[in-house]
Design a protein around this ligand. Structure first.
Ligand code: EPU
Length: 337
């Protein structure tokens, strides 16, 4: 079946930064056949293609030429199985937070710490979403993808996804080459609370259910992070930088209170939010954008701004951090194309 393709489609509400954007053409296929038709039509007519998920990690330009495709297959189901673990299938268009809460409510453990992360399931593996000591890679078993070059649908296991901190093969060798169709996660029926991060263990008891943990995570996030419905943002705007051990030592001699996390590869991860905060930028505003007043890692859009202005503000924040600490900040949200 040929899916409906709308023209001059407003994407202003389809990105959590709330940047104004008009797609020349837009379609939201609800199954593989519609997706394939949309891709074939784009290919036949020479339309450039942009894939859109929940728009929560994306910096949109004012206008997107060609065809924007937002996969809308949004089912999820449990695979019957015996024993402790349960397989969960989740289609790309499913809202991630709703999946987390539905599974936590069923008493399944594994992704409760990832509650309230905005976006669709299909985007989750791209940046290997992570929070409160858990990453998607910890529970992901496989990803079903459609290859744009020849329409083949294949499965990638966890190793093939090449997960790293906020990184995966979907940002590397497979960038722009596949459409993520479905995730398979492996969750556990038995209690596996991970309460080591921050003050989570003060908020829930050791016998908490996964739903109670998920609710505690939601409460922490609501205290620190702006709700995109109230204030445009894309969550963390920068990755936490990893620096050489010698550089971390030099910085620690100067700033003994600096949060630092030694990594398995010998490097040391620093907190970008702390670095920006130390530059006195928390709550700083210039025009339509600024640094969030409660979490300096989040850039916020007060409305009326553009992608170029945002990138300029971000470049100035990064330059201040580089100037003071000699640390380079890398952007987290992606530009389409
Ligand atoms: N900090 C400050 N000032 C700030 C922000 C942070 O001093 O304005 C300090 C904190 O006190 C703490 C350290 O920096 O000592 C780390 O802060 P926090 O625990 O808030 O976490 P984060 O490193 O800033 C990361 C993720 C978040 C995730 C939290 C919790 C990245 C880029 N961000 O933030 O992810 O929710 O840990 O696990 O890794 C997201 O990706 O959008 C996101 C929100």
């Amino acid at each position: 079946m040929i899916p409906a393709i709308s023209t001059q489609h407003d994407l202003g509400h389809a990105n959590t930064l709330g940047l104004p954007c008009v797609a020349e053409r837009f379609t939201a296929p609800e199954n593989l056949s519609e997706l394939t038709q949309a891709l074939e039509t784009a290919y036949a007519r020479g339309w450039p293609l942009t894939l859109l998920g929940g728009g929560s990690n994306l910096i949109l330009p004012g206008r997107l030429p060609g065809l924007v495709v937002q996969p809308a297959m949004a089912g999820w189901w449990l695979e019957d199985g015996e024993g402790d673990s349960v397989r969960v299938h989740a289609e790309a268009g499913m809202n991630w937070h709703r999946l987390v809460m539905a599974l936590a409510a069923r008493g399944l453990w594994g992704i409760e710490n990832l509650a309230l992360i905005p976006g669709h399931c299909g985007a989750a593996p791209i940046q290997n979403i992570g929070a409160y000591g858990v990453e998607l890679a910890d529970v992901l078993e496989a990803v079903e993808v459609l290859h744009l070059a020849d329409g083949r649908v294949t499965w990638l296991d966890r190793d093939a996804c090449e997960f790293g901190y906020r990184d995966s093969v979907f940002k590397g060798a497979l960038s722009g080459r596949v459409v993520i169709m479905r995730l398979v996660l492996r969750l556990s029926r038995h209690a596996r609370p991970r309460l080591g991060y921050g003050d989570l263990s003060n908020r829930v008891g050791a016998c908490a259910s996964p739903l109670e943990v998920a609710e505690a995570v939601c409460a922490v996030r609501r205290e620190k992070l702006p709700d995109p419905c109230d204030l445009g943002n894309a969550g963390s705007f920068f990755k936490n930088p990893r620096v050489a051990a010698e550089q971390a030592e030099r910085l620690l001699a100067q700033y003994p209170g600096m949060p630092h996390f030694p990594q398995p590869d010998g490097r040391v991860k620093l907190a970008a939010g702390w670095l920006i905060d130390q530059c006195g930028l928390k709550g700083w505003r210039d025009g339509h954008f600024g640094v969030h007043e409660r979490q300096a890692l989040v850039l916020v859009h007060f409305g009326g701004g553009s992608a170029d202005e945002l990138l300029d503000v971000a470049a100035r924040v990064a330059a201040r951090v580089k100037g003071r600490f000699g640390v380079v900040l890398e952007r987290e949200p992606r530009l389409p194309g």
